[in-house]
Design a protein around this ligand. Structure first.
Ligand code: FAD
Length: 387
């Protein structure tokens, strides 16, 4: 059987889903609203549970020259820089969890996923294709795009992010919740930082009502900075705006010079509002299913949003492997049943971590869960490459 899937959104989740479905023999079509596939200038950490899937689906070889493997994951006090916890990673992650813990530029990950997809099925992605609605048809779904053209498939996968149109239609309009936190983000070439650079680790800098994370991307040549602060309101229309360097310096005034130097040397600093959503009662309706941030947006304090979307993609493909056109809804229900408990737990711990990092870490227990989530086992294998 060669079923067809339409995947709405070409983020990390959507592209992973397209690859996973292609590998079980489906034809795929990715509809992306943006006119070109670009990514924000930011880094992303992929823990071993995500790397295992990327290995299985043939993406890791395309990341070899651009990934960075941190020596450790550590927690330091934001002001004094004093180290209070360290978990060894480089070399040991493979022994303990069966795969590397990596840091990567989001654009590099997106290019690798796109390249892998085009090895499996050239021209699978259509850009400038904004989906506005869907309609159930016998044994499938029809989507309507903003230009009023329509396309049909046996399954539509809503991988269209936190403000998902597909989620909205499936579960009714509901605004994502502003969490009262905003994130500063910047990328700075290591060469600009001289001797005052954050360590080559995944470093969480903890402070009162704020924390920062520094990582390295592009084979270690760029420092990635995320600084999260509590802020009671968010008035801008877009959810990402360029911020003023002076505001970022004020937010982290008095902090370790290695953090401040990154802010000072940043050419551009972006500010993002952080949203989340309560766990949804279901992610599937007939021949439509949700995945990634569209299904379960989460705070970044466990570095798992993208990783969970990769896990979703893998699990969805596993559930669909034996499906016939008329049993696809059952497979989607099975996928939801297999994923909801784990993803809800990760959402909860991400929210707890945010509070812990911003309250001087009375206990590190939950942080350690962050590393332990990597224990997820890729239990069964995808079929061989799609014909
Ligand atoms: C500050 C910060 C740091 C983070 N760090 C990490 C980390 O270290 N590790 C980690 O695992 N996660 C991290 N995350 C979370 C991660 O970024 C997200 O969970 C992940 O990118 C979600 O991927 P997605 O594919 O589900 O959605 P998205 O990346 O939002 O992609 C959705 C895609 O759908 C497209 N789209 C939207 N609507 C439509 C439509 N109607 N029609 C067609 N296309 C549409 C969009 O243009 C976009 O390309 C972080 C998040 C933040 C904010």
């Amino acid at each position: 059987m060669h079923s067809k899937a339409i995947i709405v959104g070409s983020g990390i989740g959507g592209l992973s889903a397209a690859i996973c479905l292609r590998l079980i023999g489906w034809r795929v079509r990715v509809l992306e609203q943006a006119t070109e596939i670009t990514e924000v200038g930011a880094g992303v950490q992929i823990s071993p549970n995500g790397v295992k899937v990327l290995e299985q689906i043939g993406v890791m070889p395309l990341l070899d020259t651009v990934l960075f493997e941190p020596d450790t994951i550590e927690i330091r006090m934001g002001i004094s820089g004093k180290k209070i916890l360290e978990i060894p990673m480089k070399g040991l992650a493979i022994d303990r969890w069966g795969a590397q813990y990596i840091q990567i530029h989001r654009a590099d990950l997106i290019s690798a996923l796109t390249a892998r997809l085009s090895q499996l099925q050239p021209n699978a992605i259509q850009t400038g294709a904004k989906v506005v609605s869907y309609k159930h048809i016998p044994c499938g779904t029809e989507v309507t795009k903003a230009d009023n053209t329509k396309e049909r498939a046996n399954l539509v996968i809503g991988a269209d992010g936190i403000h998902s149109v597909i989620r909205n239609q499936m579960l009714g309009p509901d605004m994502a919740r502003f969490t009262g936190n905003v994130a500063w983000r910047a990328l700075v070439p290591l060469a600009l930082l001289g001797d005052i650079a954050p360590p080559p680790t995944g470093c969480i800098w903890a402070g009162r009502k704020r924390h920062a994370v520094t990582t390295r991307v592009r084979a270690g040549s760029i420092v990635n900075f995320v600084g999260i602060i509590e802020q009671s309101d968010w008035q801008k229309e877009g959810w990402k705006v360029e911020g003023l360097k002076q505001d970022a310096l004020t937010d982290f005034a008095g902090w370790d010079q290695r953090v401040l130097n990154v802010i000072k040397q940043a050419e551009t600093l972006h500010k993002w509002a952080l949203f989340d959503r309560k766990p949804l009662p279901y992610w599937h309706q007939k021949h439509v299913v949700l995945l990634g941030d569209a299904a379960h947006p989460m705070l970044p304090s466990m570095a798992q949003g993208a990783v969970q979307s990769i896990e979703d993609a893998y699990m969805l493909a596993q559930c669909l492997e034996e499906a016939e056109d008329d049993t696809i809804p059952n497979s989607s229900a099975n996928y939801f049943a297999k994923r909801i408990k784990r993803v809800t737990r990760v959402q909860q711990v991400s929210a707890q971590n945010l509070r812990l990092f911003a309250e001087f870490l009375n206990t590190c227990t939950n942080f350690i869960l962050c590393a332990n989530v990597a224990c997820w086992k890729v239990s069964s294998r995808l079929g061989s490459e799609a014909k």
